[in-house]
Write a protein that binds this ligand. Structure first.
Ligand code: RI2
Length: 318
C-alpha cells in the first residue's frame, strides 16, 4: 500500500520543526491545512489507501514538535470530520473539516481576546513573554475598546520571539520597552499585568509555555502583579486527564550558543528546553474563548470537551 506523504506536507512539517511556522495556534492551522493539502493531492485508488495516506501525513506532522498540543488537536479535528466510504467523500470531508477548523480558530481567538481585554484597564502597562497570538488578541481587543496600553516586552532568549511581539505592538501604536529576560523582576514594579500564551494546559491547571514563564509567574506573584494565560481550548491537553504528562521539547544547543564560541569555552554541557511548566497556584486566570477560568477549575471545561481519550489523533476520538 502506498503511504507516501505529499511533498507539500513534508515542507510544512519542516517549517514547523525549524520554527519558520511557529506559535501554537499558527502551527495548528498549518497542520490542518497540510492535511487538506494531502487530501487534495492524493491519487489513492481506494478509501483504505486514502485513509492510510492521511494517517501517514498526520503522523509526519505530529512528529515535528512535541509540546504544543494544538498540533494533535488540529489533526484530531480533521480526522473526526473525515467521513465517507469513497475516496471522493473522504477527500471532500477532510478538506471541509480543515476549513472549518481554521475559521473556528480565528473566531475563538477573537472571542478569547474580548474576554481577556476585560481584565485590562485603561492606562495599564502589560508585560509579555515570547510571542503569542492569543495573548496579543487580548491587547488588540482592549485597544479596540478604546483603552490606552503600554508594554514591557521580554526579548525571550534564545530565539527572541519578543521582537515579533514588539513589532506587532508598535504596529498598533502601543509604546514598547524591550528588556532582556533577566530584567523582568526589576520591571515588574512598573507593570500592571503579565500576559502570556500557552502551548498546552494540563488538567490540573498547569500552564506549559515558553521557557521562562514559570520564573516570571513566581516573581509576578511575589510582587503582587496579576498574571493571565490566554489559551484557546485547542491548547487544552486531553491526555493529561488520564495521567499523561506534557513532553517538554529540547531544542538544538546551537540556539543557545554559537558552536565556535562554545569551542572556545571548552567542554561544557548545553541544554535548551523550549518550554516550562507553571503550577496553577502561580497563575491568576486562564482565559479561553469559553470564558475565564481559575487554573484549578479548567478541568471542568476539559471534562465537558473531551470524552474518551487516546494518545494519537488518528487512532480514535479524543
Ligand atoms: O498560539 P499562540 O498564542 O500564537 O502561541 C502560543 C505559544 O507558542 C509559542 O511557542 P513557540 O514560539 O512556537 O515555541 C509561545 O510559547 C507562545 O506563548
Amino acid at each position: 500500500m502506498d503511504t507516501e506523504v505529499a511533498p507539500a506536507v513534508e515542507a510544512v512539517a519542516a517549517d514547523i520543526a525549524e520554527m519558520e511556522i511557529r506559535g501554537a495556534a499558527t502551527i495548528a492551522g498549518a497542520a490542518a491545512e497540510a492535511l487538506a493539502t494531502q487530501a487534495r493531492a492524493s491519487d489513492a485508488g481506494t478509501a483504505d489507501q486514502f485513509r492510510a495516506e492521511m494517517h501517514a501525513a498526520a503522523s509526519y506532522l505530529y512528529d515535528t514538535r512535541p509540546t504544543a498540543v494544538s498540533l494533535p488537536n488540529a489533526l484530531r479535528f480533521v480526522f473526526q470530520g473525515m467521513d465517507g466510504t469513497t475516496v471522493e467523500s473522504l477527500r471532500q470531508s477532510a478538506v471541509d473539516a480543515a476549513e472549518r477548523f481554521q475559521s473556528q480558530l480565528d473566531r475563538a481567538q477573537d472571542d478569547l481576546g474580548e474576554i481577556g481585554a476585560n481584565r485590562l484597564r485603561d492606562g495599564d502597562t502589560v508585560m509579555t513573554h515570547c510571542h503569542s497570538t492569543d495573548a496579543l488578541a487580548c491587547v488588540e481587543a482592549a485597544l479596540d475598546q478604546g483603552k490606552d496600553l503600554s508594554a514591557v516586552v521580554k526579548e525571550t532568549r534564545p530565539r527572541n520571539q519578543g521582537h515579533i511581539t514588539a513589532e506587532q505592538l508598535r504596529q498598533w501604536d502601543v509604546p514598547v520597552t524591550l528588556i532582556v529576560d533577566s530584567a523582568a523582576r526589576r520591571y515588574l514594579d512598573e507593570v500592571d499585568h503579565v500576559l502570556v500564551g500557552a502551548d498546552a494546559v494540563a488538567a490540573d491547571g498547569s500552564v506549559v509555555n515558553k521557557i521562562g514563564t514559570s520564573g516570571l509567574a513566581v516573581s509576578a506573584r511575589e510582587r503582587g502583579v496579576p498574571i493571565m494565560t490566554a489559551a484557546q481550548i485547542i491548547k487544552l491537553h486531553p491526555g493529561t486527564m488520564t495521567g499523561h504528562t506534557v513532553e517538554i521539547e529540547m531544542r538544538d544547543e546551537d540556539e543557545v550558543i554559537d558552536p565556535s564560541e562554545r569551542e572556545e569555552i571548552g567542554q561544557i554541557t548545553v541544554e535548551n528546553p523550549a518550554f516550562d511548566v507553571t503550577p496553577p497556584r502561580y497563575m491568576d486566570a486562564i482565559v479561553t474563548e469559553r470564558g475565564q477560568f481559575p487554573p484549578e477549575s479548567i478541568v471542568t471545561l476539559m471534562r465537558e470537551l473531551f470524552g474518551e481519550t487516546s494518545a494519537r489523533p488518528w487512532e480514535g476520538p479524543v
